[in-house]
Ligand binder design. Structure first.
Ligand code: GLV
Ligand code: GLV
Length: 329
């Protein structure tokens, strides 16, 4: 297959090899960092396809610079970094990588649940700094996990994988979303509205995509509905939470704690968050395992290859940009 493809940053194999083996001319910047805006605008020029990352802002200006581009393949499940409407109106296909990172993101969600409730990071720090006073009946008491109520916001794949793990912890499971999902019902989870979920859950875990409707879904009003003993977990997208309101809630112990993997303005954090002892803070590691990143690389490349071959990509985000199979050029 002839064609020129940009991968916006070095990624794990096998994606790049799959593209090269298909005969495509693949450009990958040599440095492991995000392209600057200017570099991105320059690099997309003349490309038939772009394999990009969640840190690349693919907006109308970039899409115009990429005139002739047929597909933008995001190596992520979330695609809020892409102006999908702008791509659709230009007839550019957009794809993502659902499924590949479901298990690893669910695992990391559980790492946060356990770490924040059982004070794993504080405890580790106490040991390293030589401040362990010896076992004591009042020493570093945390919150219970087993048998508690887990509330999942969003009825998707990742939330389901988190719920499946919760069965082993004998938790009551609630989920909120705009549609019932029979897979949740099958493990005994109960569909409730968001207010009920916030009021009843001991752990509130967010698994929604970032859209205009989910931006600041968890604001001061929502935080005020949570139990003072409850924990907020976010492995979705930072702007789903009003981070300043969260800092206020953590500071005043309005809620017991938070486990966060994502932030409103990555890689920065809201003022005061780093000082909150009742927060466990990870640097966007949800999909960060060697196996998952390889699977995402493969899936993004396969989507891109399908599009350039005139086939409908398996993970097409904007079906209305699809005008039917084409003969490969
Ligand atoms: C990671 O955050 C992803 O959306 O893939
Ligand atoms: C993403 O994979 C989701 O549906 O949660």
């Amino acid at each position: 297959m002839a064609g020129r493809v940009l991968i916006t940053r070095p990624i794990p194999e096998p994606g790049p090899d799959l593209l090269r083996e298909s005969g495509l001319d693949v450009e990958i910047p040599s440095e492991d960092r995000s392209l600057t805006r200017e570099e991105l605008l320059r690099s997309v020029r003349g490309r038939d396809g772009v394999l990009c990352l969640l840190t690349d802002q693919i907006d109308a200006e970039v899409l115009d610079a990429a005139s002739g581009c047929k597909v933008v393949a995001n190596m992520a499940v979330g695609y809020n970094n892409i102006d999908v409407a702008a791509a659709t109106s230009r007839g550019i296909l957009v794809t993502n990588t659902p499924g590949a990172l479901t298990e690893s993101t669910a695992d990391l969600t559980w790492a946060l649940i356990l770490a924040v409730a059982r004070r794993v990071v504080e405890g580790d720090e106490e040991m390293r700094t030589g401040r362990f006073p010896g076992w004591g009946p009042l020493h570093m008491l945390g919150g219970d996990v087993s048998g508690k109520t887990l509330g999942l916001v969003g009825p998707g794949r990742i939330a389901l994988a988190v719920a499946e793990r919760a069965v082993g912890f004998r938790m009551s499971i609630l989920y909120a979303g705009n549609r019932p999902n029979p897979a949740f019902d099958a493990i005994g989870a109960r569909l409730v509205d968001l207010d009920e979920l916030l009021a009843e859950s001991d752990f509130v875990s967010l698994h929604v995509p970032l859209t205009d409707r989910t931006r600041h879904l968890i604001d001061s009003r929502a935080l005020a509905k949570m139990k003072p003993t409850a924990y907020l977990i976010n492995t979705s997208r930072g702007p789903v939470v009003d981070e300043r309101a969260l800092v206020a809630a953590l500071d005043s112990r309005r809620i017991a704690g938070a486990g966060l993997d994502v932030y409103e303005d990555e890689p920065r954090m809201a003022p005061g968050l780093a000082g909150c002892r009742n927060a466990v803070l990870l640097p966007h590691l949800g999909s960060a395992t060697a196996g998952t990143r390889a699977a995402m690389s493969r899936q993004a490349a396969q989507n891109l290859l399908a599009a350039l071959a005139g086939r409908r990509p398996p993970d097409l985000v904007n079906p209305s940009a699809w005008s039917g199979p084409k003969v490969a050029g």
